[in-house]
Structures are given as C-alpha cells and as structure tokens.
Write a protein that binds this ligand. Structure first.
Ligand code: FES
Length: 41
C-alpha cells in the first residue's frame, strides 16, 4: 500500500460482482467470495 487512506488507488482489488475495493479503506479483511481472485495482478 502506498498512501493508506484511499487516495492513490494503489491497493484496488477487483470485486467478484464488479467494481473495485480499496483494501486500505474497505479491508484489509474480506470474505473470500467478495474478491475476483483471477483478476488480481
Ligand atoms: S493505499 Fe492508496 S488507495 Fe489504498
């Protein structure tokens, strides 16, 4: 993580139902099914 407060978008993770989650603001803990693991770099 770069900024840690939702500005740089460096921590964006694809959600399984579309869109992205900011891990620094909305995580760091997620249900496994919430994240599109295949879409991660
Ligand atoms: S670390 Fe910058 S937006 Fe999350």
């Amino acid at each position: 993580m770069a900024c840690g407060f939702g500005v740089c978008l460096g921590c964006a993770a694809p959600r399984s139902h579309g869109g992205f989650a900011l891990v620094c603001r909305q995580g760091p803990v997620f249900e496994a099914g919430e994240i599109d693991w295949a879409g991660l770099p």
